[in-house]
Write a protein that binds this ligand. Structure first.
Ligand SMILES: *Cc1c(COP(=O)(O)O)cnc(C)c1O
Length: 947
């Protein structure tokens, strides 16, 4: 017989990477649905009126190896230099044990935000370590588990000072020594809220009675270290609050903001082992006095107890957040920088207080060495006090010096016309200092020249005294600590995470690799543009593809999260109105089922939120929408809608809603978080929307990192393009993020995804996402009602199932269902949003049929358990649902439950050998809020727990 080759492409995208079900499985699923073909399903589901006419045409899918070569090509156009620019970003050494075991470890980076505390104890502990570290270093009582970047943290601090302070003033004072990007982001934030920003010298220009708060940089952007104690006292006398933006490494040697009397401290933990990444992602921190904890933005990890009374961690004070308080929330920040906060905390665990202090001392000594040599060479050093940064007056030859330094591989900061800034860091070598001094004509006196810290500012107080920061720090111990924490958590590397609206899809390894390449990781955001040519090329090509996908004309890569995209998009709309005689427009229509960040963002630009009703079927109530748009009249600024709707349905009325908005002069903000249901099939920019954010950490494969990082670029129509945010570094203004392109080192992930999929593959992914969701809806039929469906009876890429009948019949709550899924080895779907008592399931295209089936079996068995409670076979108050999740602890010792151990621990879906064991029983939420503890509990409690 002649040889017959197999009909199979080993590296075909469809089989091997992003598309979960095999062709055979797809067929079986279509059979279950009783649909002839995938295209028939899509035609029935996605309304004709919104369908994309032309297929995406950006080339064929590229193989993984080809994409890696393309990434390498682009990477080679970025120049890896030693950047001593400072301005909030510093060279650092990521301990390899952390780089590999956290940064490059899917157990950490594929986790979701820890809303289900029982399966999140590992990252919650790491984030609690972070909060403890920040509280200690800043000398304040409460810290959150990260904000987006230093500049937005500063803007958040201003808003907190306004909210929590007692002053009636409407101005905010900004130290002229704050980083320029911080000043700009503060200005952007203050303007729509009607707050004046006064930039000046805190020791000469500050009138405390004229402001509700003030921010000081410590050390200043040009290197000075000032003691703000007296200025802060004068602010307090006037009932104004004080914010200090502090470098955490400097705080290892210098008096803390808390000891100066500051109310709030913010800053960037990048230099705690997180690569520069051309501007991000890094974790910004915020700490404040205890009195302001309920007004603080961002997530706060707290300590509570579980059903056995054992210590357990959870996110505390969630009642402050947008998903509950909407426009009254403390901030719109949702996705933050959890993974980077974890890295920074591990850096502190790894080095301990002595190690951090030693690093800070070395950095300072390098600065002393450079400063002395330059002073001896006859230069004037502008700042008389310093930690790591000096500003040098060099006169006319300034540009020649910058150039010569660059030739020698070193970037320095351009300050004014005749000065340069030099910021020394952990990664600066001896040889570099010698080279730098040679360039500047100085003579190197050699290492260890001593200390020149300002006397009154030398830190006396201890920090990181907690045992967590006193492991013996052998690599073996460090590795095991991180592994132990990772094992407590359930991330995508173990099971599907069917979170509606959050699109927890595959983060392919090939997409992730370039993020750690030095050509992407070790680039300073303010390095000369020609050194970032690879980044520019990638940003341009990705923007171009995203424009094609969305049907928009321009993209801004600046927003660091979806919520920041909303904020940026609304600012863009606002600026457009102002330029077109619509400065008075301030009403924003938002449907009742909108994501909480929508109203929270609208509030940030000074818009008045008017809520629009939904119909029984879950669609926007068009008549109510029309009435409210008419009532708003020429005050209508915008509407914010989500498409497909947060109910998981392609609403046919979307074009009408856009038309009504436009007829009244408003702009349409279409929340693009659900773009995974649209790519290749429908384009927001073509169905009537004017602006959308795209969550690259949802649809475009950036991992969730346990609550960040993310990227929320916005696409806009041509008429809005002139009003997109600018950046001081590019000579612009109106920035919403510290860095020009937000968190650019994440972009290779989304770019690689687009390249590996091609237009056709991306469209196929969308179709399979819709197939998978409809398959689940079908399999759960009879056991659970699907709340909303389109006119065809299909759902989009997610479905909402009703668990309220279980409550009525058997007293089983939606919580019980979510926690019981843990016993089966699953993360629960989105709980009680947008409808209380329901679960929103989004399987994504990444999940193979076997995993979908395992999930459905778990859900069906839960329904069956509820039925057994209903008919009295299982006890109403002591059953596998009410006691879920079950731990190993439950199994040992006396078993006195009216159901078996087998039933408890191995429900349908649970793996026999690879069983996931929750490390704690159900966590008591109320206890944690009543007894708020947001830093590592004292040693005695560890001893108690061990007994
Ligand atoms: C996730 C999400 C957001 C917010 O995105 P973040 O990146 O978390 O700020 C906004 N709207 C919807 C519908 C979302 O699902």
């Amino acid at each position: 017989m002649p040889y017959t080759p197999v009909d199979y492409a080993p590296y075909d995208f469809a089989n091997r990477r992003h598309i979960g079900p095999s062709p055979e499985e797809m067929q079986a699923m279509l059979d279950t649905l009783g649909v002839e073909s995938l295209d028939a399903l899509i035609d029935a589901t996605v309304p004709e009126t919104i369908r994309q006419k032309e297929p995406l045409s950006f080339g064929k899918a590229m193989s993984e190896q080809k994409v890696l070569r393309r990434l390498r090509e682009v990477a080679d156009k970025n120049m890896v230099m030693r950047s001593l620019i400072g301005q909030g970003y510093h060279g650092t050494i990521t301990p390899p044990v952390i780089a590999r075991n956290i940064f490059e470890n899917p157990a950490w980076y594929t986790a979701y935000t820890p809303y289900q505390p029982e399966i999140s104890q590992g990252r919650l502990e790491a984030l609690l370590n972070y909060q403890t570290m920040i509280a200690d270093l800043t000398g304040l009582e409460i810290a959150n588990a990260s904000l987006l970047d230093e500049a937005t943290a500063a803007a958040e601090a201003m808003a907190l000072a306004q909210r929590a302070g007692k002053s009636k003033a409407t101005a905010f004072f900004v130290d002229q020594d704050c980083h320029p990007q911080t000043i700009d982001v503060i200005r952007t934030r203050a303007e729509p809220l009607g707050w004046d920003v006064i930039v000046g010298d805190p020791f000469a220009d500050l009138d405390p009675s004229a402001v509700f708060g003030a921010i000081f940089q410590y050390p200043g952007t040009y290197g000075h270290c000032h003691d703000f104690t007296d200025v802060i006292a004068s602010l307090h006398d006037a009932k104004a609050l004080a914010v200090v933006a502090a470098d955490p490494l400097a705080l290892c040697l210098l008096k803390s903001p808390g000891e100066m009397g500051a109310d709030i401290a913010i800053g960037n933990t990048q230099r705690f082992g997180v690569p520069l990444g051309a501007g991000g992602p890094h974790a910004a921190y915020m700490a404040c006095r205890d009195a302001y904890k309920r007004s603080m933005p961002g997530r706060i990890v707290g300590v509570s107890i579980d059903a056995r009374g054992n210590r357990a961690y959870r996110l505390s004070l969630q009642t402050r957040e947008q998903h509950i308080r909407r426009e009254k929330a403390t901030s719109n920040v949702c996705t933050a920088q959890a993974l980077l906060a974890v890295m920074a905390s591990m850096y502190a665990v790894f080095h301990g207080p002595k190690g951090l202090r030693a690093i800070a001392e070395q950095v300072h000594q390098k600065a002393v060495r450079v400063k002395r040599a330059l002073a001896e060479a006859g230069y004037t050093i502008v700042n008389d006090t310093y930690f790591d940064t000096i500003t040098v007056e060099v006169g006319a030859p300034r540009d020649a010096i910058l150039h010569a330094a660059e030739e020698a591989g070193i970037n320095l900061r351009r300050v004014g016309n005749t000065r340069i800034g030099i910021a020394l860091d952990e990664a600066t070598w001896n040889a570099e200092i010698t080279t730098l001094l040679k360039v500047m004509g100085g003579v190197d006196s050699g290492p260890l020249p001593g200390y020149e810290l300002p006397e009154g500012l030398i830190r006396q107080s201890a920090y990181l005294t907690h045992p967590t920061f006193h492991h013996n720090r052998s690599e073996a111990e460090m590795t095991r600590y991180m592994r132990r924490l990772a094992d407590r958590d359930l991330a995508l590397d173990r099971a599907m995470i069917p979170l509606g609206s959050c699109t927890m899809k595959l983060n392919a390894t090939a997409e992730m690799m370039a993020v750690s390449w030095p050509e992407f990781a070790d680039i300073h955001p303010f390095a000369p543009a020609h050194q970032r040519a690879g980044y520019a090329e990638m940003v341009e090509d990705l923007s171009d593809k995203l424009c094609q996908i969305t049907g928009y004309d321009a993209i801004s890569m600046q927003p660091n999260s979806g919520a920041q995209g909303e904020y940026a998009g609304l600012l863009t709309i606002r600026a457009y109105h102002a330029a077109n005689g619509g400065a008075e427009r301030n009403i924003c229509l938002i449907p009742v089922n909108a994501h909480g960040t929508n109203p929270a963002s609208a509030q940030m630009v000074g818009y008045k939120v008017v809520v629009v009703k939904c119909t029984e079927r879950g669609d926007i109530d068009v008549e109510d929408f029309r009435a409210k748009a008419e009532a708003a009249g020429d005050k209508l600024a915008a509407c914010m809608i989500t498409y497909p709707s947060t109910h998981g349905v392609f609403e046919e009325t979307v074009t009408e809603v856009c038309e009504i908005t436009h007829a009244h002069g408003g702009q349409v903000y279409l929340d693009g978080a659900n773009l995974n249901a649209m790519v290749g099939l429908s384009q927001p920019g073509k169905i009537g929307a004017d602006v959308s954010h795209l969550n690259l950490h949802k649809t475009f494969c950036i991992p969730h990192g346990g609550g960040g990082p993310g990227m929320g670029p916005i696409g806009v129509g041509a008429h809005l393009a002139p009003y997109l945010p600018g950046h001081v570094n590019e000579g612009g203004a109106g920035a919403v993020s510290a860095a020009t392109f937000g968190s650019p080192s994440l972009l290779p992930i989304s770019w690689a995804y687009c390249l590996m999929m091609g237009g056709e593959g991306l469209t196929q992914a969308t179709k399979i996402a819709i197939l998978n969701a409809n398959y689940i809806a079908k399999r759960l039929e009879g056991a659970y009602d699907v709340l909303y469906r389109g006119t065809s009876g299909n759902v989009a890429h997610e479905c909402i199932i009703d668990t309220r009948p279980l409550k009525d019949a058997a007293g089983v709550t939606v919580d019980d269902v979510a926690k019981r899924l843990i016993d089966s080895g699953f993360h629960a779907p989105t709980m009680s949003w947008p409808v209380a008592g329901t679960l929103m399931i989004e399987p994504t295209e990444s999940e193979p049929k076997a995993e979908l089936d395992r999930f459905c079996e778990a859900m069906l068995s839960i329904r069956e358990e509820a039925r057994l409670i209903e008919n009295g076979t299982l006890d109403r108050d002591n059953n596998p649902l009410s006691n879920a999740p079950h731990t190993m602890e439950d199994l040992v010792g006396n078993w006195d439950r009216p159901y078996t151990r087998e039933q408890a621990c191995f429900p349908a879906g649970a793996f026999r050998v690879d069983k996931y064991w929750a490390p704690v029983n159900r966590v008591d939420n109320a206890y944690g809020d009543r007894n708020l503890v947001c830093s590592c509990p004292p040693l005695e409690e560890y001893l108690d727990a061990a007994e």
